[in-house]
Design a binder for this molecule. Structure first.
Ligand SMILES: Cc1ncc(COP(=O)(O)O)c(C=O)c1O
Length: 416
């Protein structure tokens, strides 16, 4: 039956899905997927239960969320956003992003995306008939080459996609703008971020940002939205959600997120959202009101808890012999490089890790879209897990270490 669309055909099962089945069969500890395995905050769960019991169970648009989001953007970034016209509540960042792409991209429009990147952008862009154009970041520090970016622009370029939080780092009282990147945890330097905003402005191109990790930044950095850079608010669509900040993601995701955009784009996103899903789940929208009012201590604890988890897993990966030149500065992923001595590809390594250690991570290849030479050399570990899960995984991985502390799998030789 050859009746599938070309996009559907391109979405054939990947080796990652097979690894997922293997991991389930081996009952492996999950350091693959980006969802917390610890309990969600009680005050937010209670608000959801109470909303269900109060019969907030029908199609619903809770305007209060837009008011809180606008207030938060004012406090965090000094941006003035009209909650009535410029914010659309969607089913998570995923729907907000898809609706934003549908709102601005026509068949044949080109969209610049950094490589490696979060997988779903590519599919969303292709679903609209848009063409993703990848700009490879240069390892090991995932730096942006301004010439490569400039060369990627053509007369058909409509937008640039940026993901992960943008942060201001205060060093000796001075502020610098940065932007951590998925899946590497890479942080764009101030110069790099200014290059992106300058070229967007000069070429009259839109930016679509994914800011789901806006509260998960490390080493005293705090998030700043690209839209708050001079000239950018009028050309940026911001997407974000409750998922990561309030630990209501993955298998338990609550599907409440938002798009913030100039009025005319927000209106188009709203129309598309209504046709796609009508409204985000009503009880969870009610709970979002409670979540968004969480005290500053909630965000401080979230950040410091994740920072210690990052340090633990990073040290473990260094100890067992990964090439760890870059420490993540935001999000809850580590992108670890296989050492030169390891002859396995990323997929083969993860397969061995599942079989021998009972731990599953994600092969990096799925995040690369260009023909980068290094695309088979990275493994992504998620550390949004309980300390018990992380300790158990660390113990199992350490058991595979040899006398010199390095993993035996790195020296793995396949039987002929
Ligand atoms: C960069 C990024 N954006 C978006 C999402 C999904 O967000 P949501 O659950 O709000 O759809 C994820 C989840 O893994 C992510 O890593």
């Amino acid at each position: 039956m050859e009746k599938l669309s070309s996009v559907a055909k391109a979405l054939a099962p990947s080796p990652i899905q097979e690894l997922s089945f293997l991991a389930q069969r081996c009952n492996a500890i999950n350091l693959a997927e980006g969802f917390p395995d610890f309990v969600a905050p009680a005050h937010i769960k209670n608000a959801a239960v109470s909303a269900i019991n109060s019969d907030f169970n029908q199609y619903r648009h809770v305007q209060g969320i837009c008011d809180y989001v606008a207030q938060k953007m004012k406090e965090m970034h000094g941006m003035s956003i009209d909650p009535l016209t410029d914010i659309v509540i969607c089913c998570g960042q995923s729907e907000a992003f898809a609706a934003a792409i549908f709102a601005i991209i026509d068949h044949g429009d080109e969209v610049i995306v950094f490589d490696p990147s979060y997988e779903t952008y590519d599919t969303c862009i292709r679903l609209t008939g848009g063409v993703p154009v990848y700009v490879g970041l240069d390892p090991p520090y995932w730096t942006l080459d301004p010439d490569k970016l400039e060369k990627a622009f053509t007369d058909k370029t409509k937008a640039v996609v940026l993901n992960r939080p943008f942060v201001f780092e205060r060093v000796n009282g001075k502020s610098c703008v940065h932007s951590p990147h998925n899946p590497t945890g890479k942080v764009f330097t101030k110069d790099e971020l200014e290059v992106i905003s300058e070229v967007c402005t000069r070429r009259d191109v839109l930016a679509v940002t994914d800011e789901v990790y806006e509260h998960i930044t490390y080493d005293s950095r705090s998030h700043v939205s690209l839209a708050s850079l001079p000239g950018m608010q009028s050309r940026t669509v911001i997407t974000s959600s409750l998922s990561k900040t309030y630990s209501v993601t993955g298998a338990y995701r609550w599907r409440v997120g938002w798009a913030i955009a100039p009025r005319c784009i927000a209106s188009a996103i709203r129309n598309i959202h209504i046709r796609l899903t009508d409204s985000a789940p009503a009880p969870f929208q009610e709970a979002a009101l409670t979540a968004l009012r969480s005290p500053p201590s909630y965000f401080e604890t979230l950040r410091s808890d994740y920072e210690s988890k990052r340090d633990c897993i990073f040290e473990l990966l260094v100890k067992v012999g990964f090439k760890m030149l870059f420490k993540p500065q935001g999000s809850f992923f580590v992108f670890a490089e296989l050492p030169e001595t390891c002859s396995l590809s990323d997929v083969e390594f993860v397969e061995e890790l599942i079989k021998q250690a009972g731990v599953v991570a994600v092969p990096g290849a799925g995040f690369f879209h260009g023909d980068g030479c290094c695309s088979r050399r990275y493994i992504r570990f998620a550390f949004c897990k309980s300390n018990e899960t992380l300790s158990a995984a660390a113990a199992k991985i350490s058991e595979l270490a040899e006398g010199d502390g390095r993993l035996k799998i790195f020296e793995h030789v396949f039987a002929l």
